[in-house]
Design a protein around this ligand. Structure first.
Ligand code: ADP
Ligand code: MG
Length: 377
């Protein structure tokens, strides 16, 4: 990273920071409902070589984008001014300044192994790398949860994506060998040890490499639907409902909102169930919870698609203990929990299934809980 930075900016950086992508084990579309999630950091990481500048310029370069350096003045940053990738890192700098922190310019060079748009949160990795580098370069000492909230604000307001806080909390706060039990009504979180390999299990990521365009508008519509349902039911957020409230919800809600509520309520219950299994070291018991979570996203929340359904059905059919789409949906990545001696067969079955359906070959890779955002040099 040091040499790459020098080739772009002509000098060496002050340091190098890393922020990972994430996989969410269970708890999807719950974060913006003040609910619960259980993500973990993956080895795929965004690296950032950075150098502080004293002249108020913010210069950005990404190995994934290439092209000329994007050169901005920190003082000129306003939401809505950028529609390119630069909105994510510039948004973090804007959010820090808007929150009253004394920050200035920097030269930032990114290089990443997190696939973009695959539901593995490359956007949060990018943001959290910037937040952490600025925290160090400008001596802010804000702590990971506060940096995650600023990164989310950057994505919401500056990049215009109405995401919840799960992705940024995962990238900023996860630790090796653990999943992050996250209460999204705030940033309270707990590291729950999660080491599938120790029990002869593997988690397989299946990146379907499809991203359906309807995702962007649909996400905002789903979020609005949840807010509408909360208002009808008289609660602050859907997190305040439990499965016992569903019959009342069924009587009170229009038919298009009930399935959204049913997903969020049952999904929060699945997170609680998954955490109790993890605490008792019963990792195999997660399998049916994953598959039930997928069915809920497919049938009630309706954010799955033909490719992700095929990946889940084929993986389970070939002996996976459970599988589900992870991330916001409309394509992206499926995770499957498999016995180590079935891992190869499950992967081969999914690849063959995609070929038979005429789909692009999926990208398969094993995943296990890796480190959260940190300084590496
Ligand atoms: P996801 O977060 O699931 O990968 P998003 O659509 O939220 O998908 O974010 C992807 C966007 O983030 C990309 O289109 C790009 O604008 C930006 N991005 C992520 N990683 C990089 C990178 N290494 N370099 C430049 N832009 C990136
Ligand atoms: Mg994202």
């Amino acid at each position: 990273m040091n040499e790459a930075f020098r080739r772009v900016f002509g000098t060496y950086p002050d340091g190098v920071w890393a922020a990972p992508g994430r996989v969410n084990l269970i708890g999807e579309h719950t974060d913006y409902n003040d609910g619960f999630a259980l993500p973990f950091a993956i080895p795929q990481t965004t690296l950032l070589a950075a150098r502080r500048r004293e002249d108020g310029r913010l210069r950005l370069h990404s190995a994934q984008v290439g092209g000329p350096v994007v050169d901005l003045a920190v003082a000129d940053l306003v939401p809505g001014a950028f529609t390119t990738w630069a909105a994510y890192p510039a948004g973090v700098v804007w959010a820090l300044g808007e929150a009253g922190h004394r920050i200035g310019g920097a030269d930032l060079h990114f290089d990443s192994t997190v696939p973009t748009g695959a539901g593995l949160s490359s956007s949060a990795a990018l943001e959290c790398a910037v937040a952490l580098a600025y925290d160090d370069l400008y001596g802010l000492d804000l702590g990971a949860p506060a940096l995650a909230l600023l990164a989310q604000r950057a994505e919401n307001v500056f990049a215009g994506v109405p995401c919840g806080v799960m992705d940024q909390m995962a990238s900023a706060c996860c630790t090796t060998g653990a999943a992050l039990y996250l209460d999204c009504r705030g940033t309270v979180h707990e590291q729950v040890p999660f080491a599938p390999e120790a029990q002869g299990l593997r988690l397989l990521a299946i990146d379907t490499r499809v991203k359906h365009d309807l995702g962007d508008g649909a996400y905002a519509a789903l979020r609005a639907g949840c807010e509408q349902a909360s208002a009808v039911l008289g609660v602050t957020a859907l997190r305040d409902l439990s499965p016992g409230d569903l019959p009342r919800a069924a009587r009170a809600l229009p038919s298009h909102l009930l399935p959204l509520v049913r997903h969020v309520v049952t999904e929060n219950a699945r997170v609680a169930e998954a955490v109790s299994h993890l605490r008792a070291d019963r990792i195999a018991a997660l399998g049916p919870i994953l598959t039930a979570g997928h069915a809920s996203l497919r049938d009630d929340y309706r954010v799955s698609c033909a490719e992700t359904d095929l990946a889940v059905d084929t993986a389970v059919g070939a002996g996976a203990l459970g599988a589900r789409i992870t991330g916001g949906g409309f394509g992206g990545t499926v995770i499957a929990l498999v016995d180590e001696d079935r891992a190869e067969a499950v992967g081969a079955a999914v690849t063959a299934g995609f070929r038979a359906a005429g789909y692009r070959a999926p990208q398969l890779f094993p995943i296990s809980p890796a480190a959260g955002a940190r300084r590496i040099e």
